[in-house]
Design a protein around this ligand. Structure first.
Ligand SMILES: Nc1ncnc2c1ncn2[C@@H]1O[C@H](COP(=O)(O)OP(=O)(O)OP(=O)(O)O)[C@@H](O)[C@H]1O
Ligand SMILES: [Mg+2]
Length: 260
């Protein structure tokens, strides 16, 4: 495994918002089949990193390689078409559409492929949506109701079911269980373990260190807009990770040169 091409490699990734440096010179790597966590305090740059590698925002500079080739996604849909599924911290769902329409947003099943003349396979999408949602254990009474009337946790489950169902190369979850109850959290953790068994690489952002230590192979620490390094989960402990997050302890990793 350690000799295979990483699924994702990031070099010198940087994002400025005017004078604010949300992320500087980020270097990151994810092996095939690896599950990694990103941890760090509020405002450390975690969500920025996710938005940059999935085309939700353009980097100021830096390089991203997916499965051995350079990529520069123009939009999250572009990234999805190339096998990256993302659940953003601020959910990218359409409030006015129902659950099946949200799950198949941008990749609707049709009877033919003649653009505006295509006919939607509504029943097939509905049935597949029910199956996908069952894995999260979330109960949604009426699948034809728009998302507007659903709770934050229910919406989160729709987004996670969609991502887990379609992920081919990589799945990224930005604080997927922050809004969930105990049972839904356990279900989501089971889904993540299932993705590990299927060999789907995963990045999870979480403030829950119990969850992180339970789920992933490697932990990456972000601090004040920088990736300060990573540790294999089996070679560290929660106390050490907290010390890295707060800056009480430094990692002996080489920081990348400033590129912009
Ligand atoms: N659109 C924006 N315009 C200006 N500054 C931004 C923007 N988005 C993020 N930032 C700033 O970039 C920094 C990193 O934000 P980011 O959302 O990546 O943090 P985070 O690590 O995901 O935090 P949290 O744990 O709270 O979700 C913060 O200082 C934030 O204020
Ligand atoms: Mg965030």
């Amino acid at each position: 495994m350690q000799y295979s091409t990483p699924i994702l490699t990031v070099h010198g990734l940087t994002k400025h918002y005017g004078g604010v440096r949300a992320l500087s010179d980020a270097g990151f790597e994810l092996a095939q089949g690896e599950h990694a966590a990103i941890v760090g305090d509020n405002g450390a740059g975690k969500s920025t990193f996710v938005r940059l590698i999935t085309g939700a925002e353009m980097p100021s500079c830096g390089e991203i390689t997916l499965d051995g080739g350079p990529v520069s996604f123009r939009s999250p849909l572009d990234a999805r078409e190339q096998g990256i599924e993302t659940v953003y911290q601020t959910l990218a769902l359409a409030e006015d559409l129902d659950v099946p329409a949200n799950i198949f947003l941008g990749r609707e099943l049709t009877y033919n492929n003649w653009g505006p003349f295509s006919v939607l396979k509504s029943r097939a999408m509905r049935e597949q949506s029910v199956d996908m949602l069952q894995t999260t254990g979330v109960k949604i009474q009426d699948m034809s109701e728009s998302l507007r009337g659903m709770s934050g946790g229910q919406r989160q489950c729709v987004a996670i079911a969609r991502a887990a169902g379609f992920a081919k190369k990589l799945i990224i979850l930005d604080e997927p269980t922050a809004a969930l109850g105990v049972q839904e959290t356990a279900r989501v953790e089971t889904i993540i373990k299932g993705l590990k068994e299927r060999g789907v690489p995963l990045i999870i952002i979480s403030h829950n260190l119990r969850q992180v230590f339970d789920l992933v192979d490697r932990i990456w620490v972000f601090r004040q807009g920088r990736i300060i390094g990573s540790r294999l989960t089996k070679e560290t402990n929660p106390e050490e990770i907290v010390a890295f997050i707060t800056g009480a302890k430094e990692m002996s990793s080489v920081s990348e040169a400033t590129t912009c």
